[in-house]
Design a protein around this ligand. Structure first.
Ligand code: RM4
Ligand code: MN
Ligand code: MN
Length: 426
């Protein structure tokens, strides 16, 4: 963790300016009947989970350029997550990926996280890679494989992930499989999907009553012709077949460019099958760019749907997580910044004048309807986010505070990396 004294000194230098900006924004919002303090409270209540696999430098098929002081094990990842939350005050939980993060002693890991005020969010299984000593290969699929042994192994793995998650205080299993095909004709779409459903139902039977199972769709990769859960339609069908506590997880990067993701969100929400999100951004085929870095308006429109759902009063407690790969930035900086971008979209969406919007919609007034959305989107809500961080004990400008702390340089000393050439796999 970073010395809290440093955070306080950082805040003391900036707080007067923030108070001035916040006062000005409060006056502006009061004119349209919005209480700025209530928005700060809302921002403070917002949380998005951190992906344990996002703390190391990411890479591509071509190369990876590791940064100094990368975490070498799950404890160091938790330490880095604690720093992200200490400064950004929006990320109190961690989502683990198993077996990448399997602890030898779960209670030790839980204790380590609790001491740092961190908890565990949804658990992620991994049946898209083979592990050493694993009897069956996932080369041709896992939960949907034609090989019964591979399917049974994948089911058993998912159940083990649930059992581990129970020891860590988690309450959800996210299932993303790389299953699919690279050639037309390679797989029979229907039989493959049937096998997937059968396997996933077996996992669901082991799901504790208070858990959720989240199915994540992805248009392509690693399979390049078809994937078993390719789109939200397949995901919805599967979640509906599997059971009431099974729902769909939307990873923003898992769609074709220009797809109307906010409408997918609305559809899933309407039919009670929206389970959670993996936030990130994408431009072409990449699924792991930083949230809000390419298309912040889309993120806002997604949150417009989420706030709509919240306002509808229907039961709703989605799992929010960042799922990003940081190839050219310090992962801690990216995660702090991205969490704030997601929180910003949430706050802006909370400022939409929904009554006016509904009236314009019913009057068939597209100009004023879109202007109502834009009025909220165009507001600069930074003082609200700064005030929320300040009141929560975080840093007013968390990336600046992080840089000033020297945390990364210290990690570079404490965590010497093995000297290997990092190569791509082309
Ligand atoms: C996938 C998907 C999953 C994540 C893996 C590492 O593209 O987004 O959520 O667990 O990557
Ligand atoms: Mn994902
Ligand atoms: Mn992905």
């Amino acid at each position: 963790m970073i010395d809290q004294q440093l955070v306080q000194e950082h805040n003391e230098r900036l707080v007067t300016g923030v108070e001035d900006d916040f006062a000005a924004l409060s006056v502006k919002l009061a004119r349209v009947g919005v209480d700025a303090d209530a928005m700060v409270a809302r921002a403070k209540g917002f949380a998005v989970a951190l992906p344990s696999w996002g703390l190391g430098t990411g890479g591509t098929r071509f190369a990876r350029f590791p940064g100094p002081g990368e975490p070498r094990n799950i404890f160091e990842k938790v330490s880095d997550c604690a720093v992200v939350h200490q400064l950004g005050a929006a990320t109190p939980t961690i989502s683990l990926h198993i077996p990448w993060d399997t602890p030898s002693d779960p209670s030790e890991l839980l204790g380590f996280a609790t001491e740092r005020d961190m908890a565990f969010d949804a658990m992620n299984s991994n049946t898209f890679q083979d592990q050493l000593d694993q009897p069956h290969s996932y080369k041709y699929g896992s939960l949907s494989s034609a090989d019964k042994g591979a399917r049974e192994q994948a089911i058993a793995h998912n159940i083990e992930v649930i059992e581990l998650g129970q020891k860590l205080g988690s309450s959800a299993l996210t299932v993303w499989v790389g299953d699919g095909s690279n050639f037309p004709g390679q797989q029979d779409f229907t039989r493959t999907f049937e096998r997937y459903l059968e396997s996933t139902k077996s996992v669901y039977q082991a799901l504790p009553d208070d858990w959720k199972m989240l199915l994540e769709h992805k248009i392509f990769e690693p399979a390049f012709y078809s994937t078993v859960i390719q789109d939200w339609g397949s995901s919805y069908l599967a979640a509906t077949e599997i059971g009431q506590r099974c729902a769909c997880l939307v990873d923003l990067g898992h769609h074709a460019p220009n797809v109307n993701i906010e409408m997918i969100v609305a559809r899933l929400a309407q039919f009670g099958k929206l389970g959670g999100f993996h936030f990130n951004d994408s431009k072409y085929g990449d699924d792991d760019l930083d949230s809000g870095s390419i298309n912040p308006y889309q993120l806002f429109l997604v949150f417009n749907e989420l706030v709509n759902l919240e306002m509808s009063g229907r039961p709703f407690s989605p799992f929010y997580m960042l799922d990003q790969s940081h190839n050219v930035t310090d992962p801690i900086e990216s995660l702090i910044y991205s969490a704030a971008e997601v929180q910003r979209a949430f706050v802006k969406a909370s400022l939409i004048d929904r009554e006016a919007l509904a009236a314009f919609q019913d009057d068939n007034d597209p100009m004023m309807a879109q202007a109502t959305l834009k009025a909220a989107y165009n507001l600069d809500v930074e003082p609200i986010l700064q005030m929320a961080r300040y009141q929560s004990g975080g840093a007013i400008d968390p990336v600046i505070a992080y840089r000033a702390s020297g945390y990364r340089a210290q990690c570079g000393i404490d965590r010497p990396a093995a000297k290997t050439l990092s190569s791509g796999i082309v």
